[in-house]
Design a protein around this ligand. Structure first.
Ligand SMILES: Nc1ncnc2c1ncn2[C@@H]1O[C@H](COP(=O)(O)OP(=O)(O)OP(=O)(O)O)[C@@H](O)[C@H]1O
Length: 297
C-alpha cells in the first residue's frame, strides 16, 4: 500500500497477509497518516476523525478493475468502523451487536450479488453505496446500502468458466436440511439449465459452508424464518422457471406451454395462480397511453 495524493493505492497480494487483524486495526486508531505505514485503516481512521471533529459526513471511494480487491478492502473498511465505532460496553452476546449486524450484511449481499467470473471467483456483479451512520458520540447507529446495476442477465445465462450467483449453488449444497425438498429441487443441479450452463463449483470454495454463513447472517440481521424461506423460495422458483417448455402454435403467432410441471412448482413457491401466471407469460399486456393491449409471443 502507498499513498498518491488523497488516494491509498492497494495492490491485491492474492495471499492472506497478517496486516488486517484486530490488533493491527487498533494500532491505527487515532494515529496521524505520517506516524504509521500506509494502510487503508489509516485512511479510514482519518475519515472517522474528520467526521467526529468536524461533524461532517465523509465519503470513501473504492475503485479498481475486476479482481483488484474492492470487495475485500470494503469489508476491511467496514470492520474498521465496526471496531472504532463499537459501543463501549461489550454485549454479552457479540452476535447481537449492531457492529456484527453491519459486518454480516456482506455474506448475504455476496450470496445474492456475487458470482464466479473468469477474472474473479467472487466477483461483485453490482455496485453499491454503503452508508454507515454514527451518533454524536461517534458510535455506530446503523447503516443502509443502495445497490446499482445488478447483472441480471447472469440469472439465465453464464459464459464458459463462470457461474450464476452463489446463492443457487449454496441452496443446492444441501447445507440446510430439507430445504431442497421444500423448494421441490429434487433433481441434480445439472438438470436445471438456468444455473448450469458452465461451472457449478469453485475451487477451494465449499458452498455448504458458505450457505451456513449466509443463513446465520440472515439470523444475525434478524430476518425471521419465514422471511428467509421466502427469499430462498423466490430463488429456487427461478430454477424451476428455466425448465418450463414452450412451443409455437402451428400457423399462429402464439406460443403455448408444452410442459407446465416445473412452472407449477415455481408458482407454488411464488404463491401465485399457475394459470394466471402462464397466461401473463404468453399473453403479456402492456399499457399504451391509457389502454391495456395484448402483445402476442
Ligand atoms: N487484501 C487481500 N488479501 C488477500 N487476498 C485478496 C485481498 N484482496 C483481494 N484478494 C483476493 O482477490 C480476489 C478478488 O478480490 P475482490 O473480490 O475484492 O475484487 P473486486 O475488485 O471486488 O472485483 P469485482 O469488481 O470483480 O467484484 C478475492 O476473492 C481474494 O481471493
Amino acid at each position: 500500500m502507498t499513498y498518491s495524493g488523497l488516494f491509498c493505492v492497494v495492490i491485491n497480494p492474492y495471499k492472506r497477509l497478517p496486516i488486517y487483524t484486530e490488533s493491527v486495526c487498533k494500532m491505527y486508531i487515532g494515529k496521524r497518516r505520517t506516524e504509521m505505514p500506509p494502510h487503508l485503516f489509516a485512511v479510514s481512521d482519518e475519515a472517522y476523525r474528520n467526521m467526529v471533529n468536524d461533524h461532517e459526513n465523509q465519503s470513501m471511494l473504492i475503485t479498481g478493475e475486476s479482481g483488484a480487491g474492492k470487495t475485500e478492502n470494503t469489508k476491511k473498511v467496514i470492520s474498521y468502523f465496526a471496531i472504532v465505532g463499537a459501543s463501549q460496553q461489550k454485549k454479552k452476546d457479540a452476535k447481537d451487536s449492531l457492529e456484527e449486524q453491519i459486518v454480516r450484511t456482506n455474506p448475504v449481499l455476496e450470496a445474492f450479488g456475487n458470482a464466479k467470473t473468469v477474472r474473479n471467483n467472487n466477483s461483485s456483479r453490482f455496485g453499491k453505496f454503503i452508508r454507515i451512520h454514527f451518533n454524536h458520540g461517534g458510535k455506530l447507529a446503523g447503516g443502509d446500502i443502495e445497490h446499482y446495476l445488478l447483472e441480471k442477465s447472469r440469472v439465465i445465462k453464464q459464459a464458459p468458466g463462470e457461474r450464476s450467483f452463489h446463492i443457487f449453488y449454496q441452496i443446492m449444497s444441501d447445507a440446510i436440511k430439507d430445504l431442497k425438498k421444500k423448494l421441490h429441487l429434487i433433481r441434480p443441479i445439472r438438470d436445471y439449465h438456468f444455473v448450469s450452463q458452465a461451472e457449478v463449483t469453485i475451487d477451494n470454495v465449499d458452498d455448504k459452508e458458505e450457505m451456513l454463513i449466509t443463513d446465520e447472517s440472515f439470523d444475525i440481521m434478524k430476518f425471521t424464518a419465514d422471511e428467509k424461506f421466502d427469499l430462498f423460495a423466490m430463488t429456487g422458483a427461478i430454477m424451476h422457471l428455466g425448465e418450463m417448455k414452450f412451443k409455437q402454435r402451428p400457423r399462429e403467432e402464439q406460443a403455448e406451454c408444452e410442459d407446465q410441471t416445473e412452472g407449477d412448482l415455481a408458482c407454488k413457491l411464488f404463491k401465485v395462480d399457475p394459470d394466471k401466471f402462464v397466461n401473463a407469460l404468453l399473453k403479456p399486456r402492456v399499457k399504451v397511453g391509457s389502454e391495456w393491449v395484448n402483445t402476442f409471443f
